[in-house]
Design a protein around this ligand. Structure first.
Ligand code: GDD
Ligand code: MG
Length: 397
């Protein structure tokens, strides 16, 4: 794969925020030598390097009632050497959609000789293990894991830890294009290989997100991402005193990181999760507030934002869904101790202009699930170990 080299990096405390790097070509061939004039500003990531990182990577697929054909396509696009972890919150009645997902995963794994785990978000044994770890905020009043994409991601993270993976990546299950899933994961591996620090995160920017209405329009920026990025940039500008537009992936659902970093971050409920990750990185390592672990400060943290070649084709879930996502995301910035008065005003004015909010009283603080490093992961592992096999996609009942 050929990717633009990180040509521009802004520093915010210990965080190295790399500006967008485009994928130049999806494949870079077997020849290891490239002529010097061909290499200017471009990084070649060899196939061996990509495979080396894929082996250490768990890819978590959160899914809730998506079309089975889309789910099948998504899992077929995940590179063979990655461990797939599906966390499903799909209905079990009147039709057992979870069962259908498990069967599809089982079939693919059986015929392609690979390993995968699949867990239901409302599995009572998993909830018990989470309780044992002292991760109570992840549970609802019935003692089961709360609804929400973020909560599914946290289960995936704990499973990845159990499987002793070093990296974790996320891909949504409602993607129409298996080829773009393959690209996302190759980008994750490419970014890990470019990182200088063991604390690394990569966030995907889609080349285009086409809209179909009569014809096709290759739209680049959505309303939610445009607004979220603007508010993030306002927050950074207020702290550094230099206006910036460095953040272009504030909402990125497709993203990946080293487990070392993943364990240090809190996870905000539902769709607030991705903006909250960035907010927390800036809070802990941006240098304005008391710093997180010394080791991160020593190594620094590499944040990559990489633009795909493939367009992003996924299920459209409507305006109300998008408004909720915008509100959840901006609330993470608004309620951060880093957030200055101007950025707060910007958030309220954006939300009221877009008719998502009537008054600022309606901007509740997000529900935050503590960083996994603050719970007893070993206790979770001890409890899960005895039944781990039953979550394998190859397990027959
Ligand atoms: N396990 C689980 N539990 N999965 C869920 C849940 C849940 O409660 N709710 C949704 N999902 C799954 C969906 O099935 C899908 O695979 C994925 O999470 C993303 O949900 P969507 O509802 O499709 O979100 P979106 O497409 O509007 O937004 C996506 O892109 C945004 C911008 O990049 C999400 O990834 C957002 O988190 C992201 O900010
Ligand atoms: Mg979607």
């Amino acid at each position: 794969m050929y990717v633009e080299s990180p040509r521009y990096t802004e520093r915010f405390g210990s965080v190295r925020i790399n500006d967008i790097q485009k994928v130049i070509a999806l494949d870079s061939g077997l020849k290891t030598e490239i002529p010097p004039h061909g290499a200017m500003g471009v990084v070649k990531i060899c196939e061996d390097t990509i495979k080396k990182f894929e082996e250490k990577l768990a890819v978590v697929v959160p899914v809730k009632n998506e079309k089975l054909k889309l789910f099948e396509g998504v899992i077929s696009g995940i590179p063979h050497d990655c461990l797939i972890i599906v966390v499903s919150n799909s209905h079990r009645e009147p039709v057992d959609r979870f069962r259908m997902e498990r069967d599809a995963l089982n079939q693919m794994c059986r015929y392609t000789y690979r390993q995968a785990y699949i867990v239901h978000q409302k599995d009572s044994f998993v909830a018990e293990a989470i309780k044992k770890a002292g991760y109570d905020e992840l549970l609802d009043e019935d003692g089961l894991v709360r609804d929400g994409k973020a909560e599914g991601m946290v289960i995936g993270l704990l499973m990845a830890k159990l499987a002793e993976k070093e990296y974790i990546g996320f891909v949504d299950a409602d993607n129409y294009s298996p080829g773009s899933i393959l690209e996302y994961v190759r980008i994750y591996a490419a970014a890990f290989s470019m990182g200088k620090s063991p604390y690394v995160m990569v966030r995907i920017l889609w080349h285009y997100k086409p809209k179909f209405s009569g014809g096709t329009y290759f739209k680049k920026w959505g309303r939610v991402s445009e607004t979220t990025n603007r508010c993030f940039n306002s927050l950074i500008s207020s702290r550094t005193g230099f206006e910036t537009n460095i953040i272009k992936t504030g909402n990125a659902g497709e993203h990946a990181m080293s487990l070392k970093l993943a364990e240090l971050l809190p996870y905000a409920s539902g769709y607030a999760v991705e903006p909250q990750e960035l907010v927390s990185i800036f809070e802990q390592f941006g240098g304005s507030l008391p710093s997180g672990p010394d080791d991160v400060v020593r190594h620094g943290l590499d944040l990559f934002q990489i633009e795909t070649r493939n367009p992003h084709l996924h299920e459209e879930k409507g305006t109300e869904h998008l408004n909720g996502m915008l509100l959840d995301g901006l609330s993470t910035i608004y309620h951060s101790p880093l957030c200055d008065r101007e950025t707060k005003q910007l958030i309220i004015s954006q939300l009221t202009a877009q008719k998502t909010l009537k008054s600022k009283k309606e901007l509740p603080a997000p529900h935050i699930n503590r960083p996994p490093s603050q719970v007893d992961i070993r206790e979770f592992a001890r409890h899960m170990d005895s039944r781990l096999e039953t979550y394998s996609a190859l397990h027959e009942e």
